[in-house]
Write a protein that binds this ligand. Structure first.
Ligand code: ADP
Ligand code: MG
Ligand code: ZN
Length: 610
Protein backbone atom coordinates (compact mmCIF):
# COMPACT_ATOMS: atom_id res chain seq x y z
CA UNK A 1 0.00 0.00 0.00
CA UNK A 2 2.62 2.48 1.05
CA UNK A 3 4.66 1.38 -1.91
CA UNK A 4 1.85 2.39 -4.23
CA UNK A 5 1.50 5.84 -2.75
CA UNK A 6 5.21 6.28 -2.92
CA UNK A 7 5.48 5.36 -6.53
CA UNK A 8 2.58 7.66 -7.38
CA UNK A 9 4.24 10.51 -5.59
CA UNK A 10 7.46 9.72 -7.31
CA UNK A 11 5.86 9.56 -10.71
CA UNK A 12 4.23 12.93 -10.17
CA UNK A 13 7.27 14.70 -8.92
CA UNK A 14 9.33 13.01 -11.57
CA UNK A 15 7.21 14.55 -14.25
CA UNK A 16 7.57 17.84 -12.50
CA UNK A 17 11.30 17.46 -12.42
CA UNK A 18 12.18 16.37 -15.88
CA UNK A 19 9.33 17.96 -17.77
CA UNK A 20 6.58 16.35 -19.78
CA UNK A 21 7.18 14.29 -22.87
CA UNK A 22 5.46 16.85 -25.07
CA UNK A 23 7.85 19.58 -23.97
CA UNK A 24 8.98 21.85 -26.80
CA UNK A 25 11.36 24.79 -27.00
CA UNK A 26 9.79 28.14 -26.38
CA UNK A 27 11.16 29.48 -29.64
CA UNK A 28 9.49 26.57 -31.42
CA UNK A 29 6.22 27.45 -29.69
CA UNK A 30 6.59 31.10 -30.77
CA UNK A 31 7.09 30.06 -34.39
CA UNK A 32 3.94 27.97 -34.25
CA UNK A 33 2.14 30.85 -32.62
CA UNK A 34 3.18 33.18 -35.41
CA UNK A 35 2.06 30.69 -38.04
CA UNK A 36 -1.26 30.48 -36.19
CA UNK A 37 -1.00 26.80 -35.41
CA UNK A 38 -1.93 27.12 -31.72
CA UNK A 39 -5.50 26.13 -30.88
CA UNK A 40 -5.52 26.85 -27.18
CA UNK A 41 -3.02 27.81 -24.53
CA UNK A 42 -2.90 28.11 -20.78
CA UNK A 43 -0.23 30.11 -19.07
CA UNK A 44 0.77 29.13 -15.56
CA UNK A 45 3.50 31.34 -14.26
CA UNK A 46 6.39 30.86 -16.62
CA UNK A 47 4.91 27.80 -18.22
CA UNK A 48 2.54 27.44 -21.17
CA UNK A 49 0.62 24.33 -22.07
CA UNK A 50 -2.00 23.80 -24.73
CA UNK A 51 -3.06 22.18 -27.96
CA UNK A 52 -1.84 22.50 -31.53
CA UNK A 53 -4.27 22.95 -34.37
CA UNK A 54 -2.27 20.50 -36.43
CA UNK A 55 0.60 18.44 -35.06
CA UNK A 56 3.65 20.29 -36.37
CA UNK A 57 6.79 18.73 -37.79
CA UNK A 58 9.46 18.23 -35.18
CA UNK A 59 12.10 20.97 -35.15
CA UNK A 60 15.25 20.31 -37.10
CA UNK A 61 17.78 18.05 -35.48
CA UNK A 62 15.21 16.43 -33.20
CA UNK A 63 13.90 12.95 -33.73
CA UNK A 64 11.19 13.38 -31.12
CA UNK A 65 7.69 12.76 -32.35
CA UNK A 66 5.38 15.55 -31.25
CA UNK A 67 2.00 15.02 -29.64
CA UNK A 68 -1.14 17.05 -30.25
CA UNK A 69 -0.56 18.84 -26.97
CA UNK A 70 2.48 20.79 -25.93
CA UNK A 71 4.12 22.45 -23.02
CA UNK A 72 6.91 24.99 -23.02
CA UNK A 73 8.90 27.04 -20.57
CA UNK A 74 8.93 30.79 -21.04
CA UNK A 75 12.48 32.09 -20.62
CA UNK A 76 12.89 34.50 -17.72
CA UNK A 77 13.75 37.36 -20.08
CA UNK A 78 10.44 36.99 -21.90
CA UNK A 79 8.08 36.50 -19.00
CA UNK A 80 7.21 40.10 -18.39
CA UNK A 81 7.39 41.11 -22.04
CA UNK A 82 4.12 42.95 -22.82
CA UNK A 83 4.16 41.88 -26.50
CA UNK A 84 4.02 38.27 -25.47
CA UNK A 85 1.07 38.82 -23.17
CA UNK A 86 -0.82 40.67 -25.91
CA UNK A 87 -0.05 38.03 -28.43
CA UNK A 88 -1.12 35.25 -26.15
CA UNK A 89 -4.27 36.91 -24.92
CA UNK A 90 -5.25 37.55 -28.54
CA UNK A 91 -5.76 33.82 -28.92
CA UNK A 92 -9.35 32.64 -28.83
CA UNK A 93 -8.73 30.19 -25.99
CA UNK A 94 -6.25 31.76 -23.67
CA UNK A 95 -6.20 31.23 -19.95
CA UNK A 96 -3.70 33.19 -17.92
CA UNK A 97 -3.00 32.25 -14.34
CA UNK A 98 -1.23 34.07 -11.61
CA UNK A 99 2.14 32.83 -10.58
CA UNK A 100 1.25 32.37 -6.93
CA UNK A 101 -0.74 29.15 -7.16
CA UNK A 102 2.10 27.75 -9.23
CA UNK A 103 4.55 28.63 -6.54
CA UNK A 104 2.34 27.13 -3.96
CA UNK A 105 1.89 23.90 -5.85
CA UNK A 106 5.59 23.69 -6.45
CA UNK A 107 6.12 24.08 -2.76
CA UNK A 108 3.59 21.35 -2.10
CA UNK A 109 5.30 19.08 -4.59
CA UNK A 110 8.65 19.84 -3.10
CA UNK A 111 7.61 18.95 0.40
CA UNK A 112 5.82 15.82 -0.74
CA UNK A 113 8.93 14.77 -2.61
CA UNK A 114 11.01 15.37 0.47
CA UNK A 115 8.61 13.34 2.59
CA UNK A 116 8.72 10.52 0.10
CA UNK A 117 12.50 10.54 0.16
CA UNK A 118 12.55 10.50 3.94
CA UNK A 119 10.15 7.57 3.96
CA UNK A 120 12.35 5.65 1.57
CA UNK A 121 15.49 6.33 3.57
CA UNK A 122 13.62 5.28 6.67
CA UNK A 123 12.64 1.95 5.16
CA UNK A 124 16.05 1.23 3.72
CA UNK A 125 17.75 1.94 7.00
CA UNK A 126 15.33 -0.17 8.89
CA UNK A 127 15.91 -3.09 6.63
CA UNK A 128 19.66 -2.87 6.52
CA UNK A 129 20.04 -2.55 10.24
CA UNK A 130 17.67 -5.13 11.52
CA UNK A 131 15.56 -7.17 9.16
CA UNK A 132 13.40 -8.60 11.91
CA UNK A 133 13.30 -5.54 14.15
CA UNK A 134 10.03 -3.79 14.70
CA UNK A 135 11.31 -0.72 16.44
CA UNK A 136 13.26 1.71 14.36
CA UNK A 137 15.13 3.60 17.02
CA UNK A 138 15.74 0.56 19.17
CA UNK A 139 17.45 -1.32 16.37
CA UNK A 140 19.87 1.47 15.63
CA UNK A 141 22.68 0.31 17.81
CA UNK A 142 22.31 -3.40 17.18
CA UNK A 143 25.53 -4.99 16.17
CA UNK A 144 24.54 -6.08 12.70
CA UNK A 145 26.98 -8.94 13.14
CA UNK A 146 26.26 -12.03 11.15
CA UNK A 147 25.77 -14.85 13.51
CA UNK A 148 26.49 -18.41 12.50
CA UNK A 149 25.32 -21.29 14.60
CA UNK A 150 27.70 -24.24 14.82
CA UNK A 151 25.43 -26.18 12.49
CA UNK A 152 25.72 -23.50 9.77
CA UNK A 153 29.46 -23.72 9.79
CA UNK A 154 30.59 -26.55 7.66
CA UNK A 155 34.01 -25.05 7.11
CA UNK A 156 36.69 -26.84 9.06
CA UNK A 157 40.45 -27.07 8.89
CA UNK A 158 40.03 -29.72 6.21
CA UNK A 159 38.88 -26.96 3.84
CA UNK A 160 41.96 -24.91 4.51
CA UNK A 161 44.94 -26.17 2.58
CA UNK A 162 48.53 -25.52 3.59
CA UNK A 163 49.01 -22.94 6.38
CA UNK A 164 50.16 -25.69 8.69
CA UNK A 165 51.81 -23.41 11.21
CA UNK A 166 48.80 -21.10 11.41
CA UNK A 167 46.49 -24.05 11.87
CA UNK A 168 48.78 -25.39 14.56
CA UNK A 169 48.57 -22.15 16.52
CA UNK A 170 44.83 -22.03 16.23
CA UNK A 171 44.47 -25.65 17.25
CA UNK A 172 45.14 -24.58 20.82
CA UNK A 173 42.25 -22.12 20.62
CA UNK A 174 40.05 -24.90 19.30
CA UNK A 175 41.03 -27.13 22.20
CA UNK A 176 40.22 -24.37 24.64
CA UNK A 177 36.79 -23.71 23.18
CA UNK A 178 36.00 -27.41 23.21
CA UNK A 179 37.15 -28.14 26.74
CA UNK A 180 37.71 -24.94 28.68
CA UNK A 181 37.72 -26.84 32.01
CA UNK A 182 40.96 -28.53 31.10
CA UNK A 183 42.65 -25.15 30.86
CA UNK A 184 40.96 -23.59 33.86
CA UNK A 185 41.97 -26.49 36.07
CA UNK A 186 45.61 -25.72 35.56
CA UNK A 187 45.06 -22.00 35.81
CA UNK A 188 46.31 -21.55 32.26
CA UNK A 189 45.37 -18.33 30.53
CA UNK A 190 44.31 -18.60 26.98
CA UNK A 191 44.82 -15.55 24.79
CA UNK A 192 41.66 -13.48 24.45
CA UNK A 193 42.53 -11.99 21.14
CA UNK A 194 44.07 -13.52 18.04
CA UNK A 195 45.12 -11.31 15.19
CA UNK A 196 45.44 -12.84 11.73
CA UNK A 197 47.76 -10.88 9.50
CA UNK A 198 48.38 -11.41 5.81
CA UNK A 199 47.85 -10.05 2.31
CA UNK A 200 44.34 -9.92 0.88
CA UNK A 201 43.16 -13.30 -0.34
CA UNK A 202 45.53 -15.39 1.72
CA UNK A 203 42.62 -17.00 3.54
CA UNK A 204 42.27 -15.07 6.80
CA UNK A 205 38.49 -14.97 6.77
CA UNK A 206 38.40 -18.60 5.74
CA UNK A 207 40.71 -19.60 8.58
CA UNK A 208 38.65 -17.75 11.19
CA UNK A 209 35.48 -19.49 10.10
CA UNK A 210 37.25 -22.81 10.01
CA UNK A 211 38.40 -22.29 13.58
CA UNK A 212 34.83 -21.84 14.76
CA UNK A 213 33.72 -24.78 12.63
CA UNK A 214 36.47 -26.96 13.99
CA UNK A 215 35.56 -26.09 17.58
CA UNK A 216 31.84 -26.34 16.90
CA UNK A 217 31.00 -23.01 18.55
CA UNK A 218 28.89 -20.04 17.38
CA UNK A 219 30.67 -17.50 15.26
CA UNK A 220 29.84 -13.78 15.30
CA UNK A 221 31.34 -12.06 12.32
CA UNK A 222 31.40 -8.35 11.64
CA UNK A 223 33.43 -6.23 9.26
CA UNK A 224 35.42 -3.37 10.72
CA UNK A 225 33.88 -0.93 8.29
CA UNK A 226 30.38 -1.83 9.51
CA UNK A 227 31.15 -0.13 12.80
CA UNK A 228 31.64 3.15 11.09
CA UNK A 229 28.22 4.60 10.50
CA UNK A 230 26.78 7.94 9.67
CA UNK A 231 25.55 8.44 13.18
CA UNK A 232 27.91 9.27 15.98
CA UNK A 233 27.92 6.83 18.83
CA UNK A 234 26.43 3.95 16.88
CA UNK A 235 29.77 2.22 16.44
CA UNK A 236 30.40 2.03 20.17
CA UNK A 237 26.94 0.79 20.95
CA UNK A 238 27.29 -1.85 18.27
CA UNK A 239 30.43 -3.09 19.95
CA UNK A 240 28.68 -3.23 23.31
CA UNK A 241 25.81 -5.16 21.82
CA UNK A 242 28.07 -7.57 19.97
CA UNK A 243 30.05 -8.47 23.06
CA UNK A 244 26.85 -8.78 25.09
CA UNK A 245 25.46 -11.27 22.59
CA UNK A 246 28.70 -13.18 22.55
CA UNK A 247 28.78 -13.49 26.35
CA UNK A 248 25.31 -14.96 26.32
CA UNK A 249 26.44 -17.54 23.78
CA UNK A 250 29.81 -18.50 25.24
CA UNK A 251 31.84 -20.43 24.32
CA UNK A 252 32.02 -18.68 20.99
CA UNK A 253 34.19 -16.68 18.62
CA UNK A 254 33.82 -13.01 17.74
CA UNK A 255 35.47 -12.21 14.45
CA UNK A 256 36.23 -8.63 13.45
CA UNK A 257 37.26 -8.76 9.81
CA UNK A 258 39.40 -5.96 8.40
CA UNK A 259 39.89 -4.42 11.80
CA UNK A 260 42.18 -1.73 10.39
CA UNK A 261 39.04 0.21 9.44
CA UNK A 262 38.45 0.94 13.14
CA UNK A 263 41.75 0.00 14.67
CA UNK A 264 44.02 2.57 13.10
CA UNK A 265 46.37 4.57 15.24
CA UNK A 266 44.30 6.98 17.24
CA UNK A 267 44.77 10.67 16.73
CA UNK A 268 46.15 10.12 13.25
CA UNK A 269 43.97 13.00 12.17
CA UNK A 270 41.73 11.37 9.59
CA UNK A 271 39.90 14.63 9.14
CA UNK A 272 36.47 15.32 10.59
CA UNK A 273 34.95 11.98 11.50
CA UNK A 274 37.69 10.25 13.44
CA UNK A 275 36.00 10.73 16.80
CA UNK A 276 33.52 8.05 15.93
CA UNK A 277 36.26 5.62 15.02
CA UNK A 278 38.16 6.31 18.21
CA UNK A 279 35.07 5.78 20.33
CA UNK A 280 34.47 2.48 18.63
CA UNK A 281 38.05 1.41 19.13
CA UNK A 282 37.99 2.44 22.79
CA UNK A 283 34.84 0.43 23.27
CA UNK A 284 36.44 -2.67 21.75
CA UNK A 285 39.44 -2.26 24.04
CA UNK A 286 37.38 -1.83 27.18
CA UNK A 287 35.15 -4.77 26.30
CA UNK A 288 38.19 -6.95 25.85
CA UNK A 289 39.59 -5.80 29.16
CA UNK A 290 36.27 -6.53 30.80
CA UNK A 291 36.34 -10.25 30.10
CA UNK A 292 36.89 -12.37 33.12
CA UNK A 293 39.36 -15.21 32.58
CA UNK A 294 36.58 -17.76 32.89
CA UNK A 295 34.60 -16.42 29.99
CA UNK A 296 35.23 -18.54 26.95
CA UNK A 297 34.88 -15.89 24.31
CA UNK A 298 37.73 -15.62 21.84
CA UNK A 299 38.04 -12.47 19.80
CA UNK A 300 39.67 -12.96 16.43
CA UNK A 301 40.51 -10.18 14.03
CA UNK A 302 42.03 -9.99 10.60
CA UNK A 303 43.97 -7.29 8.84
CA UNK A 304 46.25 -6.80 5.89
CA UNK A 305 47.73 -3.64 7.37
CA UNK A 306 49.14 -4.62 10.77
CA UNK A 307 51.48 -1.67 10.46
CA UNK A 308 48.72 0.92 10.85
CA UNK A 309 47.03 -0.66 13.88
CA UNK A 310 46.88 1.20 17.14
CA UNK A 311 49.53 -0.23 19.46
CA UNK A 312 46.92 -0.40 22.23
CA UNK A 313 45.19 -3.17 20.29
CA UNK A 314 48.30 -5.30 20.31
CA UNK A 315 49.06 -5.03 24.02
CA UNK A 316 49.03 -8.14 26.26
CA UNK A 317 45.49 -9.06 27.19
CA UNK A 318 44.15 -7.82 23.88
CA UNK A 319 45.21 -9.06 20.46
CA UNK A 320 48.44 -10.46 21.78
CA UNK A 321 48.52 -13.67 19.77
CA UNK A 322 49.63 -12.90 16.25
CA UNK A 323 49.29 -15.36 13.43
CA UNK A 324 50.99 -14.34 10.20
CA UNK A 325 49.65 -15.86 7.03
CA UNK A 326 52.09 -15.86 4.13
CA UNK A 327 51.42 -16.38 0.49
CA UNK A 328 51.46 -20.13 -0.08
CA UNK A 329 54.64 -21.92 -1.12
CA UNK A 330 54.77 -24.16 -4.15
CA UNK A 331 53.56 -27.14 -2.19
CA UNK A 332 50.90 -25.04 -0.49
CA UNK A 333 49.65 -23.87 -3.86
CA UNK A 334 49.35 -27.45 -4.99
CA UNK A 335 47.28 -28.32 -1.91
CA UNK A 336 45.03 -25.30 -2.45
CA UNK A 337 44.58 -26.17 -6.12
CA UNK A 338 43.61 -29.70 -5.13
CA UNK A 339 40.90 -28.36 -2.83
CA UNK A 340 39.43 -26.14 -5.51
CA UNK A 341 39.49 -28.66 -8.36
CA UNK A 342 37.48 -31.13 -6.28
CA UNK A 343 34.32 -30.37 -8.23
CA UNK A 344 36.01 -29.70 -11.58
CA UNK A 345 36.41 -32.56 -14.08
CA UNK A 346 40.03 -32.54 -15.24
CA UNK A 347 41.42 -34.03 -18.44
CA UNK A 348 44.35 -36.43 -18.16
CA UNK A 349 46.88 -33.93 -19.43
CA UNK A 350 46.37 -31.52 -16.53
CA UNK A 351 49.56 -31.30 -14.52
CA UNK A 352 48.65 -29.61 -11.25
CA UNK A 353 52.23 -29.55 -9.90
CA UNK A 354 53.17 -27.64 -13.04
CA UNK A 355 50.32 -25.19 -12.50
CA UNK A 356 51.47 -24.73 -8.93
CA UNK A 357 55.04 -24.15 -10.10
CA UNK A 358 54.02 -21.44 -12.54
CA UNK A 359 51.83 -19.47 -10.16
CA UNK A 360 54.45 -18.03 -7.86
CA UNK A 361 53.04 -15.32 -5.63
CA UNK A 362 49.42 -16.31 -6.14
CA UNK A 363 47.24 -16.21 -3.04
CA UNK A 364 44.56 -18.76 -2.18
CA UNK A 365 41.89 -16.46 -3.54
CA UNK A 366 43.80 -16.03 -6.81
CA UNK A 367 44.25 -19.79 -7.16
CA UNK A 368 40.55 -20.29 -6.62
CA UNK A 369 39.90 -17.67 -9.27
CA UNK A 370 42.38 -19.40 -11.59
CA UNK A 371 40.54 -22.71 -11.33
CA UNK A 372 37.28 -20.96 -12.02
CA UNK A 373 38.66 -19.13 -15.06
CA UNK A 374 40.04 -22.38 -16.42
CA UNK A 375 36.65 -24.04 -16.03
CA UNK A 376 34.95 -21.09 -17.73
CA UNK A 377 37.40 -21.34 -20.59
CA UNK A 378 36.58 -25.03 -21.02
CA UNK A 379 32.88 -24.17 -21.08
CA UNK A 380 33.47 -21.53 -23.76
CA UNK A 381 35.27 -24.13 -25.87
CA UNK A 382 32.42 -26.55 -25.22
CA UNK A 383 34.68 -29.19 -23.77
CA UNK A 384 33.43 -31.34 -20.95
CA UNK A 385 36.68 -31.45 -19.06
CA UNK A 386 39.29 -28.84 -18.25
CA UNK A 387 42.58 -29.32 -20.09
CA UNK A 388 46.03 -28.03 -19.23
CA UNK A 389 45.84 -25.25 -21.80
CA UNK A 390 42.80 -23.85 -20.02
CA UNK A 391 45.00 -23.24 -17.00
CA UNK A 392 47.55 -21.41 -19.15
CA UNK A 393 44.87 -19.17 -20.63
CA UNK A 394 43.37 -18.59 -17.20
CA UNK A 395 46.74 -17.71 -15.76
CA UNK A 396 47.32 -15.01 -18.36
CA UNK A 397 43.88 -13.70 -17.70
CA UNK A 398 44.33 -13.56 -13.93
CA UNK A 399 47.78 -12.00 -14.26
CA UNK A 400 47.21 -9.58 -17.10
CA UNK A 401 43.46 -9.01 -17.34
CA UNK A 402 41.05 -9.89 -20.11
CA UNK A 403 41.91 -9.32 -23.77
CA UNK A 404 40.56 -6.13 -25.24
CA UNK A 405 39.45 -5.52 -28.77
CA UNK A 406 41.28 -2.37 -29.61
CA UNK A 407 41.78 -0.69 -32.93
CA UNK A 408 45.27 0.73 -32.92
CA UNK A 409 47.01 2.63 -35.66
CA UNK A 410 50.21 1.16 -37.08
CA UNK A 411 52.19 3.85 -35.31
CA UNK A 412 50.65 3.01 -31.93
CA UNK A 413 51.17 -0.69 -32.52
CA UNK A 414 54.77 -0.23 -33.45
CA UNK A 415 55.35 2.03 -30.46
CA UNK A 416 53.84 -0.58 -28.15
CA UNK A 417 56.01 -3.28 -29.72
CA UNK A 418 59.21 -1.28 -29.13
CA UNK A 419 58.06 -0.41 -25.63
CA UNK A 420 57.55 -4.03 -24.62
CA UNK A 421 60.68 -5.09 -26.50
CA UNK A 422 62.54 -2.53 -24.38
CA UNK A 423 61.32 -4.09 -21.13
CA UNK A 424 62.05 -7.60 -22.38
CA UNK A 425 65.52 -6.81 -23.64
CA UNK A 426 66.63 -5.25 -20.38
CA UNK A 427 65.18 -8.09 -18.36
CA UNK A 428 67.09 -10.41 -20.68
CA UNK A 429 70.46 -8.75 -20.29
CA UNK A 430 70.39 -7.87 -16.61
CA UNK A 431 71.10 -11.09 -14.76
CA UNK A 432 69.50 -10.03 -11.49
CA UNK A 433 66.08 -9.36 -13.01
CA UNK A 434 63.65 -12.27 -13.16
CA UNK A 435 63.58 -14.21 -16.43
CA UNK A 436 61.11 -13.15 -19.13
CA UNK A 437 58.20 -15.49 -19.43
CA UNK A 438 56.12 -13.89 -22.11
CA UNK A 439 55.80 -10.64 -24.04
CA UNK A 440 52.61 -9.60 -25.79
CA UNK A 441 51.20 -6.58 -27.55
CA UNK A 442 47.65 -7.85 -27.31
CA UNK A 443 45.84 -5.19 -25.29
CA UNK A 444 44.81 -6.65 -21.98
CA UNK A 445 43.25 -5.14 -18.91
CA UNK A 446 44.36 -1.53 -18.86
CA UNK A 447 47.61 -2.04 -20.72
CA UNK A 448 48.37 -2.01 -24.44
CA UNK A 449 51.06 -4.61 -23.99
CA UNK A 450 52.57 -6.70 -21.23
CA UNK A 451 55.99 -8.10 -20.45
CA UNK A 452 55.57 -10.87 -18.00
CA UNK A 453 58.44 -12.00 -15.84
CA UNK A 454 58.55 -15.24 -13.98
CA UNK A 455 60.06 -14.85 -10.55
CA UNK A 456 62.21 -17.70 -9.40
CA UNK A 457 60.76 -19.82 -6.69
CA UNK A 458 59.56 -18.07 -3.58
CA UNK A 459 62.18 -15.65 -2.50
CA UNK A 460 62.31 -13.55 0.63
CA UNK A 461 65.47 -11.56 0.28
CA UNK A 462 65.79 -8.72 -2.13
CA UNK A 463 69.06 -6.94 -2.54
CA UNK A 464 69.70 -3.35 -3.39
CA UNK A 465 71.42 -4.13 -6.69
CA UNK A 466 68.49 -6.17 -7.82
CA UNK A 467 66.20 -3.25 -7.13
CA UNK A 468 68.30 -0.90 -9.22
CA UNK A 469 68.14 -3.40 -12.07
CA UNK A 470 64.42 -3.73 -11.54
CA UNK A 471 64.01 0.01 -11.94
CA UNK A 472 66.04 -0.03 -15.15
CA UNK A 473 63.79 -2.77 -16.47
CA UNK A 474 60.65 -0.80 -15.55
CA UNK A 475 61.95 2.28 -17.34
CA UNK A 476 63.17 0.26 -20.33
CA UNK A 477 59.85 0.59 -22.12
CA UNK A 478 59.86 4.32 -22.38
CA UNK A 479 63.60 4.40 -23.01
CA UNK A 480 62.98 2.31 -26.12
CA UNK A 481 60.19 4.66 -27.24
CA UNK A 482 62.48 7.65 -26.94
CA UNK A 483 65.32 5.95 -28.75
CA UNK A 484 63.26 4.77 -31.70
CA UNK A 485 60.58 7.45 -32.07
CA UNK A 486 62.27 10.36 -30.34
CA UNK A 487 59.21 10.90 -28.15
CA UNK A 488 57.48 9.38 -25.15
CA UNK A 489 53.99 7.94 -25.27
CA UNK A 490 51.48 8.17 -22.43
CA UNK A 491 51.67 4.41 -22.08
CA UNK A 492 54.44 4.43 -19.50
CA UNK A 493 52.36 5.93 -16.70
CA UNK A 494 52.17 2.73 -14.72
CA UNK A 495 55.86 1.93 -15.26
CA UNK A 496 56.79 5.35 -13.92
CA UNK A 497 54.51 5.03 -10.95
CA UNK A 498 55.93 1.70 -9.94
CA UNK A 499 59.52 2.71 -10.47
CA UNK A 500 59.03 5.89 -8.46
CA UNK A 501 57.36 4.06 -5.64
CA UNK A 502 60.20 1.54 -5.53
CA UNK A 503 62.82 4.31 -5.51
CA UNK A 504 61.00 6.12 -2.73
CA UNK A 505 60.81 3.03 -0.58
CA UNK A 506 64.51 2.36 -1.13
CA UNK A 507 65.36 5.84 0.07
CA UNK A 508 62.83 6.27 2.87
CA UNK A 509 62.31 2.80 4.28
CA UNK A 510 65.34 0.73 3.51
CA UNK A 511 68.17 3.19 3.99
CA UNK A 512 69.62 2.54 0.54
CA UNK A 513 70.62 6.09 -0.22
CA UNK A 514 74.02 7.27 0.95
CA UNK A 515 72.92 10.88 1.23
CA UNK A 516 69.97 10.06 3.45
CA UNK A 517 71.63 7.29 5.37
CA UNK A 518 70.21 4.58 7.60
CA UNK A 519 66.96 6.25 8.59
CA UNK A 520 63.35 5.16 8.14
CA UNK A 521 60.91 7.92 7.37
CA UNK A 522 57.21 7.51 7.75
CA UNK A 523 55.37 8.31 4.57
CA UNK A 524 51.86 9.61 4.18
CA UNK A 525 49.53 6.64 4.21
CA UNK A 526 46.32 6.03 2.36
CA UNK A 527 43.07 7.21 3.79
CA UNK A 528 41.01 4.12 4.62
CA UNK A 529 37.85 5.39 2.96
CA UNK A 530 38.72 8.16 0.57
CA UNK A 531 41.64 6.17 -0.78
CA UNK A 532 43.60 9.37 -1.19
CA UNK A 533 47.03 9.90 0.11
CA UNK A 534 46.81 11.14 3.62
CA UNK A 535 49.37 13.62 4.82
CA UNK A 536 49.98 13.18 8.45
CA UNK A 537 52.43 15.08 10.54
CA UNK A 538 55.82 14.63 8.90
CA UNK A 539 58.61 13.62 11.17
CA UNK A 540 61.34 15.26 9.17
CA UNK A 541 62.30 18.72 8.07
CA UNK A 542 61.58 20.45 4.82
CA UNK A 543 65.26 20.18 3.96
CA UNK A 544 65.21 16.40 4.42
CA UNK A 545 62.09 16.14 2.28
CA UNK A 546 63.93 17.99 -0.43
CA UNK A 547 66.96 15.71 -0.16
CA UNK A 548 64.68 12.68 -0.37
CA UNK A 549 63.12 14.01 -3.54
CA UNK A 550 66.53 14.61 -5.04
CA UNK A 551 67.70 11.11 -4.15
CA UNK A 552 64.60 9.53 -5.64
CA UNK A 553 65.18 11.50 -8.81
CA UNK A 554 68.83 10.50 -8.90
CA UNK A 555 67.91 6.80 -8.61
CA UNK A 556 65.36 7.06 -11.38
CA UNK A 557 67.60 9.04 -13.70
CA UNK A 558 70.42 6.55 -13.21
CA UNK A 559 68.07 3.67 -13.97
CA UNK A 560 66.76 5.40 -17.06
CA UNK A 561 70.28 6.11 -18.33
CA UNK A 562 71.29 2.53 -17.72
CA UNK A 563 68.28 1.35 -19.69
CA UNK A 564 68.99 3.70 -22.58
CA UNK A 565 72.61 2.61 -22.77
CA UNK A 566 71.73 -1.09 -22.75
CA UNK A 567 69.19 -0.55 -25.49
CA UNK A 568 71.62 1.46 -27.61
CA UNK A 569 74.21 -1.29 -27.24
CA UNK A 570 71.73 -3.91 -28.35
CA UNK A 571 69.77 -2.03 -30.97
CA UNK A 572 69.68 -4.93 -33.50
CA UNK A 573 68.22 -7.21 -30.82
CA UNK A 574 65.65 -4.57 -29.94
CA UNK A 575 64.58 -4.46 -33.58
CA UNK A 576 64.43 -8.23 -33.69
CA UNK A 577 62.12 -8.52 -30.68
CA UNK A 578 59.85 -5.74 -31.80
CA UNK A 579 59.55 -7.20 -35.32
CA UNK A 580 58.71 -10.59 -33.90
CA UNK A 581 56.08 -8.96 -31.70
CA UNK A 582 54.50 -7.10 -34.60
CA UNK A 583 54.37 -10.34 -36.53
CA UNK A 584 53.17 -12.74 -33.85
CA UNK A 585 51.68 -10.35 -31.25
CA UNK A 586 52.88 -12.64 -28.50
CA UNK A 587 56.25 -14.32 -27.94
CA UNK A 588 57.47 -16.50 -25.11
CA UNK A 589 60.77 -17.46 -23.55
CA UNK A 590 61.57 -20.03 -26.24
CA UNK A 591 61.05 -17.46 -29.02
CA UNK A 592 63.40 -15.11 -27.23
CA UNK A 593 66.05 -17.84 -27.05
CA UNK A 594 65.72 -18.28 -30.82
CA UNK A 595 66.09 -14.54 -31.36
CA UNK A 596 68.77 -13.72 -28.81
CA UNK A 597 70.59 -16.93 -28.07
CA UNK A 598 70.80 -18.72 -24.73
CA UNK A 599 70.02 -16.53 -21.71
CA UNK A 600 72.81 -15.45 -19.41
CA UNK A 601 72.81 -17.27 -16.08
CA UNK A 602 70.64 -15.63 -13.44
CA UNK A 603 72.24 -14.48 -10.25
CA UNK A 604 68.99 -14.20 -8.41
CA UNK A 605 69.14 -17.74 -7.03
CA UNK A 606 72.22 -16.91 -5.00
CA UNK A 607 70.60 -14.06 -3.18
CA UNK A 608 68.17 -16.53 -1.71
CA UNK A 609 70.76 -18.36 0.32
CA UNK A 610 71.53 -15.68 2.86
P1 ADP B 1 41.28 -12.94 3.09
O1 ADP B 1 40.23 -12.87 4.15
O2 ADP B 1 42.65 -13.23 3.62
O3 ADP B 1 41.28 -11.78 2.18
P2 ADP B 1 39.67 -15.10 2.18
O4 ADP B 1 39.64 -15.94 3.40
O5 ADP B 1 38.49 -14.26 1.92
O6 ADP B 1 40.97 -14.20 2.17
O7 ADP B 1 39.99 -16.05 0.95
C1 ADP B 1 39.24 -16.00 -0.21
C2 ADP B 1 39.03 -17.38 -0.78
O8 ADP B 1 40.25 -17.94 -1.21
C3 ADP B 1 38.49 -18.34 0.24
O9 ADP B 1 37.11 -18.31 0.27
C4 ADP B 1 38.99 -19.68 -0.27
O10 ADP B 1 38.10 -20.23 -1.19
C5 ADP B 1 40.25 -19.33 -1.00
N1 ADP B 1 41.41 -19.69 -0.18
C6 ADP B 1 42.31 -18.83 0.36
N2 ADP B 1 43.26 -19.51 1.04
C7 ADP B 1 42.94 -20.81 0.96
C8 ADP B 1 43.54 -22.00 1.46
N3 ADP B 1 44.66 -21.99 2.20
N4 ADP B 1 42.94 -23.18 1.17
C9 ADP B 1 41.82 -23.20 0.44
N5 ADP B 1 41.22 -22.13 -0.06
C10 ADP B 1 41.76 -20.94 0.18
MG1 MG C 1 38.84 -11.39 4.31
ZN1 ZN D 1 55.76 -0.59 -19.78
Amino acid sequence: MIGLVLSLLLAMSWKNLIGAANEVDFSFFLKQLQSKNVAEVTQTGSHVTGKWKMIPEAPEGSTKKLADTFSAQIPDTMREAPELRTELSALPKYKGEDATPQLFSQFLFGSMFLMAMLLIVFFIMRRSIDPSGTSFIGSFGKAGAKRFKPSDLRTTFADVAAMESAKGELMEIVEFLKTPEKFHKLGAQIPKGVLLMGSPGTGKTLLARATAGEAGVPFFSINGSEFIQMFVGVGASRVRDLFQQARENAPCIIFVDEIDAVGRVRGAGLGGGHDEREQTLNQILSEMDGFSPTESVIVMAATNRPDVLDPALLRPGRFDRHVTIDRPTRDGRLQILKIHVRKVPLADDVDLPDVAASTIGFTGAELKNLVNEAALNAVRAERNAVIHDDFDVARDRVLMGAKREEILTDYEKSMTAYHEAGHALIAWFLPDVDPVHKVTIIPRGRALGVTQLLPEEDRYHYGEKRMHSQMAMMLGGRAAEKQVFDEFSAGAEDDLKRATSLARRMVCHWGMSEKIGPVAFRQGEDHPFLGKELHEAREFSEATAHTIDLEVQRFLNAASDRASKLLADHRPQLEAISNALLQKESIDHADLVTLLGPPIPRTSGEIKST
